[in-house]
Design a binder for this molecule. Structure first.
Ligand code: HEM
Length: 415
């Protein structure tokens, strides 16, 4: 009412409620809230990290940078995309050919997916290399594994959206793999497809999944970084962390190093996107989905090839699904398979066995690449044998080497 001060102006106070200064952060004055936010940022900037962190530790920052790029480009792409089987392909083509800088947006998003997955694999490799999953960082590793699964599902759902030949047949192969699960397979397949074959209902499902998981990933990354700040970073030499003199604050030392890593990545990114786009695109996916014509070579994006190879290396469909899904799931159990702590490993003298973890890691990486090559060659002829041996090599690292090595380390640290 005119002339009467509004409730907000008068600051109406219910006598039953605590006074503003007593009731917590939400009722704090804006100036106090700004102070809190500044203190939070200052805390992060002053966070102490081992001074011996190498370039592999900048990959986390690269992942964050690419994640932001993916979210911004994805949100803009979503403005013109139509999740309908008869319109999806042409909506993407229209964006590429007619919308101002549409081609650039799509290229950023497609190149971003490849770089994100490559950086993610390197990030996991770094963790395995330096035992970053050991106590006290098991929780951090597990949050990371959940992130890996979320990113993979998001990437798969995104690949279906343009509704090219590979999108369609990729969805078809994935649905048949899901359908091979005993008892619930058929139901799950129908839930996944929204019908008997990939179509508009599948596209709706993939679009919603792609969109919602992207934001779930942001939340999980925040959790990942918060846990990292609670537990601290691994020291590659094993020496830092034992004394404050071997630590440096995050800013300016690591902000500059991370910045350099991101700039290097951006240069590589632009080179690939502008001069070698064929590296991140699949020719067959520039043909509209055709349920009546199966392409001669159905294969997923490069980052799923190792799992595709494992899927095919096993004679039974369900067995293949277990082995290829298990290859990701096993990462979750790495902290249980290797029960040593960083301190155990720092204390171990390792006699003549220092070379062993390096050789084992090389076997793991080699096996992972070989399963991918086998997948690319449809696990036929000699590739069947290669695919099977490589799958064995991959699992041997986790189920054989890790438990053996950590037992040895604990024994040596005790003696
Ligand atoms: C969206 C995906 C991810 C993002 C954005 C992300 C981001 C980060 C960042 C910023 C750091 C700190 C800097 C660094 O150590 O590089 C970090 C550390 C770490 N991340 Fe991730 N990460 C992701 C996925 C993963 C995955 C899949 C794993 C493992 C399965 C993982 C395991 C770890 C571990 C163990 C550390 C601590 C390393 C240490 O001890 O110093 N992360 N991550």
């Amino acid at each position: 009412m005119a002339g009467t001060p509004s409730c907000q102006e008068q600051v109406c106070q219910d006598p039953a409620q605590p006074a503003p200064e007593q009731s917590g952060a939400l009722t704090k004055a804006p100036a106090a809230q700004t102070q809190d936010a500044l203190a939070f940022v200052r805390g992060y900037m002053a966070f102490l990290l081992p001074r011996d962190l190498n370039l592999l530790w900048t990959i986390g920052a690269m992942l964050m940078a690419v994640l932001v790029l993916m979210l911004l480009s994805g949100l803009t792409l979503a403005l013109t995309y139509t999740p309908d089987a008869s319109l999806a392909f042409s909506s993407v083509e229209a964006l590429e050919r007619r919308a101002p800088s549409g081609w650039l947006l799509r290229s950023l998003h497609m190149t971003g997916a490849t770089f994100f997955m490559a950086a993610l694999y390197l990030h996991v490799f770094r963790g395995l290399c330096y035992g970053s999953y050991r106590a006290p960082r098991q929780g951090l590793w597990r949050v990371g594994t959940v992130l890996l699964v979320l990113v993979m599902v998001t990437a798969f759902a995104g690949y279906v959206l343009p509704w090219g030949q590979m999108s369609y047949w990729g969805a078809d192969v994935a649905s048949k793999a899901v359908g091979a699960i005993p008892l619930v397979g058929n139901t799950l397949e129908r839930v996944f497809l929204g019908g008997d074959a990939p179509g508009t209902a599948t596209l709706h499902r993939m679009f919603v999944l792609h969109f919602t998981l992207a934001f779930t990933i942001v939340g999980m990354v925040a959790l990942h970084v918060a846990v990292l700040h609670a537990k601290g970073s691994t020291s590659p030499s094993g020496l830092a962390g034992q004394s404050r003199a071997r630590m440096l604050p995050f800013h300016p030392y690591f902000t500059i190093k991370d910045g350099l890593g991101v700039v290097m990545l951006a240069i590589l990114f632009m080179l690939v996107m502008c001069f070698w786009p064929g590296l991140v695109t699949e020719v067959e996916n520039y043909r509209p989905a055709n349920p009546l014509h199966t392409p001669a070579n159905i294969e997923p994006e490069w980052y799923f090839l190792p799992f595709y190879g494992m899927l095919q290396a096993v004679p039974s469909k369900f067995g293949g699904l277990l082995v290829s899904g298990g290859a990701v799931a096993i990462l979750f159990f790495v902290p249980l398979l290797d029960r040593g702590t960083s301190a155990t490993f720092a204390a171990g003298r390792w006699g003549g066995l220092r070379w062993l973890p390096r050789v084992a890691l090389m076997v793991l990486v080699f096996s992972f690449v070989l399963t991918g090559l086998a997948g690319r060659n449809h696990v036929q002829g000699i590739w069947l044998l290669v695919g099977r041996l490589a799958t064995l090599g991959y699992y041997l690292y986790f189920l054989g080497f890790l438990p053996f090595y950590s037992r040895l380390a604990r024994k040596e640290a005790r003696s």
